[in-house]
Design a protein around this ligand. Structure first.
Ligand code: IMP
Ligand code: MG
Length: 190
């Protein structure tokens, strides 16, 4: 493969992407969040609950900055959208593997948009007897949150109302593997 062909095939230097946060900026911020969680959860029974698939990269980096005994689990949910707007109804596609009764849960998300998915998830997990439930998200779009307020306890970055990909976030299943967060410049060119 020529150098030009290699550049054309590269996802990380894809010319349709505009970097919003570099891998270094993300790493610095995630380290700070992990240190905060370490301070806040001394003596607690911490369980990180990752919401698949988007949170997988954030979760794996975050937990390596939490210097405490802890456990992890995952959920997968589908949110029903009415056109492009989330309706707030969710279906559990994959549930937790262990009970969370008495545990101190942090739900780990990639991004909060309308807040509806997370609001519903907090409701559902709230009926299961957890000692506490908090939210950690890499990204938060505060602007479009017209329907549901959710309290975000640990937030990586607040971002404007743009569609972003990378570091776990996708568009139609693509770009989750980018080590940075980027805006897709031309969505018609996917
Ligand atoms: P909501 O908060 O219920 O609207 O749903 C949030 C979910 O929508 C996230 O977990 C993502 O899967 C998806 N999402 C929202 N905004 C973006 C984005 O900018 N890029 C990629 N996925 C997004
Ligand atoms: Mg998601």
């Amino acid at each position: 493969m020529s150098t030009q062909e290699a550049a054309a095939a590269s996802e990380f230097s894809n010319s349709n992407l505009e970097t919003m946060f570099t891998a270094e900026q993300i790493a610095d911020r995630v380290k700070v969040l992990g240190e905060e969680i370490t301070r806040d959860y001394q003596g607690k029974e911490l369980v990180l609950v990752g919401v698949l698939k988007g949170s997988c990269v954030f979760m794996s980096d975050l937990m390596r900055h939490i210097d405490l005994p802890m456990d992890i689990d995952f959920m997968s949910v589908a949110s029903y959208k009415d056109g492009t707007v989330s309706s707030g109804d969710i279906e559990i596609l994959k549930d937790l593997t262990k009970p969370i009764r008495g545990k101190d849960v942090i739900i780990v998300e990639d991004i909060i948009d309308t807040g509806l998915t997370l609001h519903r998830l907090v409701d559902i997990l709230g009926t299961r007897g957890a000692n506490s439930i908090r939210i950690a998200t890499l990204l938060d779009k505060p602007e479009p949150r017209v329907k549901k307020e959710v309290t975000v306890d640990y937030c990586g970055f607040e971002i404007p109302n743009r569609f972003v990909v990378g570091y776990g976030l996708d568009v139609a299943g693509r770009y989750r593997n980018l080590p940075f967060v980027a805006v897709v410049k031309d969505p018609d060119q996917l």
